[in-house]
Structures are given as structure tokens and as C-alpha cells.
Design a protein around this ligand. Sequence first.
Ligand code: C5P
Length: 421
Amino acid sequence: MSGQNIAQSLGGKSILLVVGGGVAAYKSLDLVRRLRERGARVRVVMTKAAKEFVTPLAFTSLSNEKVHDDLFSATDEQAMGHIQLSRDADLIVVAPATAHLLARAAQGLCDDLAATLLLATDKRALYAPAMNLRMWLAPATRRNVALLKQDGALFVGPEDGAMACGEYGPGRMSEPLEIVAAIEAALKGETRRPLQGAAARGPLSGRHVVVTSGPTHEAIDPVRYIANRSSGKQGHAVAAAAAAAGGRVTLVSGPVTLADPAGCDVVRVESACEMFAAVERAMPADVFIGAAAVADWRVEAAADKIKKEGAGAPAFALVENPDILAAVSHAADRPRVVVGFAAETRDVIAHAKEKLIRKGCDLIVANDVSEGSGVFGGDANEAHFVSPAGVESWPRMSKEAVAAQLVARLADILNKSEAGE
Ligand code: C5P
């Protein structure tokens, strides 16, 4: 690929490009090239009509990725559902956005993969319209564009110019480099689709909440690891509750068997070091909640599987893992509220009080995980909220209910700290 001297302005970004059926689809081939030159990953979805203008193979070659076009593909649904495809992207770009695609997006129709992605996504969409000027100026299109803008969609173009049909006026798709500039500008702002309804007005709306959840796996060799019994249920419930309260939630999750909670950006990690790096990347945040059961130690993993034959059992030197909670708590860009969890088998409150000070956090959610408590992997929790103000003990309740109590408490702390109390 050419373009070694081009700044990697889109390095690490992932763009989902939806190609509609217009003659301007050929320009989207160049758009893919321009985006990749700038370091972006580009995944392409084509409508049926788009394939009449350009072949999927051309987009596959330029994007170096499989082109998606089938809403009912069994293989794709297993590997990556359409929801995941749209969530994994930083931005959805629709180019060319035909009158038909704009109409379907404005109405929330989902009769093919492209339209379904536009409805299912939690990210903003940037539309680059291309159509005959009469179609662009038609009242129906005007209404559809207004609706989409009202819902938070972004637009680039169309430009005035000579149309393929011989007329002159607005309707030409913007040039690839103009679309690139609009993408760069969009990525500097809020890339999530604005929420409507209750969540938009929720007590955590406008707040960024980072949650860790689940266990970590510390590799011993390529096939073995050290783990713990955390299921991630409590951490995932906290992330879901924060998102339902309108927060922008980044959930950094160790290996769990749970589904991703709705409305959260999920970063999957294996080890404590990976979790720490992902948390640092997710910062800054208003709230940090360390609900993961992070392994305290790791071993220096062997490159090859350790064989049984030889001089008896191997000895492992343990290395201390970073304490993510303490590091976040003491960081220069410390979130306004830092919450830790304490799973203990005895002296639950005493340990939590000590942890509150040692880790420098504002609140510890402590619970008894001794044998028989049923907390590890179970659906209920008996929590104590330990803060400098004192200890509040909650009766046994579901992990979702503990999460809801915690979120209500966070909103309260944030409001009080803003009011200067
Ligand atoms: O240190 P300890 O495991 O007793 O404290 C538990 C709390 O600290 C939890 O909130 C856990 O997520 C967090 N923790 C962490 N990084 C570690 C160890 C624990 O963030 N390495």
C-alpha cells in the first residue's frame, strides 16, 4: 500500500463503510484506500443495489477484509452478529447514501444488513449523499434528512455539480478526501449516537464510567493459566446499570461467559496487565469501578508448553501484578469517584476500611465470599458500602439490585461534589 508519508490520523480507528447503490459507489473504493492510508481499519457492507455498480471483490481487495452483505448469513452471525459489527466500529460512514437508504434509515426500516446496522448501532453515522438533484430536493428527502439530523446523524455534501444523468445541481457525492476530513472531524467529537428517552436524562447522562469485571487469566504457558472463581456477574450488572442510567460506559472485562451488557463499549482482556493497559486507554473518566477479581500475581509465562517429564514439578516465581484500582485512584487524572470491591472470607468490614485507605478510593463495596455464602458465581450478594462517612449494610439482594443501589449512590456523590458539598 502506498502512502508511507501520510500522517496516521486514523490509526487505531475502525470505520464501518456502508455502500449504497449509486454510481458514486466507485468513489467509495478510493475512500477505502484513503482511509487505510491513514491507518484506519475499514469494514465494508454493501446493499444489493451497490453490487450492481461495483463488485464486492473490489472492496475486499482494497479493505483487505471480507465484505458483508447478508443479514441472514449463518456463518457471519456465529462469528460476529450484525449488532457486534456496528458496535465494533468507531464511526459508520454511509457513502454513497442514496435517497432510498436515507429513507430507510430515517424510518428505522431494517430489510437488509445495511439498514439493520444503521438501526442497531450505538455509534454516530456520517452520510455522504449522492443522488439526482430532484431527488435530493424532494420534500420526502428533505424530511428524511431533517429526521436523521435530529437523531444525531452527520452529513458531508452533497456538492453542486454535473450529474451522471446530465443535470446540474446539488447531488454529487463529496470527494473521498472531503469525506476523510469529515470523518476525522467526527471522530474528534462524540461518536456515540445520542440517546433518546429515559437514558438520555438518566442520573449518569454525560458521565464516562469505566468498569472492570470478571477474573483475569495469568498464563503459565500457552495452554495453562492461573484464574479465580469470579463470574463477572456483579461487574457486568454494574456496567449495565450505569448504562441504563445514561452513562457512557466502558466495560473492561476479563474472560467471562456472560453476554455483553446493553449499551456498553466492551473491551475484552485476558490478563491483569492487559486489563491495566485497557483501563489506562479508557481514561479519562468521571467514575471508575473496579469490580474485577484481578489476579494479584502472575508468572513469567513460558513460550512453549511445559512438559511433565523431567526433574519433578516445576517451580514458579510469582511476580506482582499492577494494582489497577490503586493506580487509578492515585493518577494525575483521577476520576471524580473511584469505587473498589472487596471480596473477603472473614472480617469483611475491617478489611474494607483498611482497603479504602490503602487504595485511596471513595467507596468500597464489600462482601463475604466465604464458602456457603454462594456469592461467587451466584445471583445474589450481601453488600456493605464502606466510605469515609461510615458503613451501610444492605440485606441480601440480587446483583442487579446491588448495582442499581451503587449507581444511585454514585449519582448522588457526583451531584454533591459538583454542588461543592
Ligand atoms: O487488593 P484486593 O484484591 O484485596 O482489592 C480488591 C479491589 O481492588 C477490587 O476492586 C479489585 O478490582 C481491585 N484490584 C485491582 N487490581 C489488582 C488487585 C485488585 O484493581 N491488581
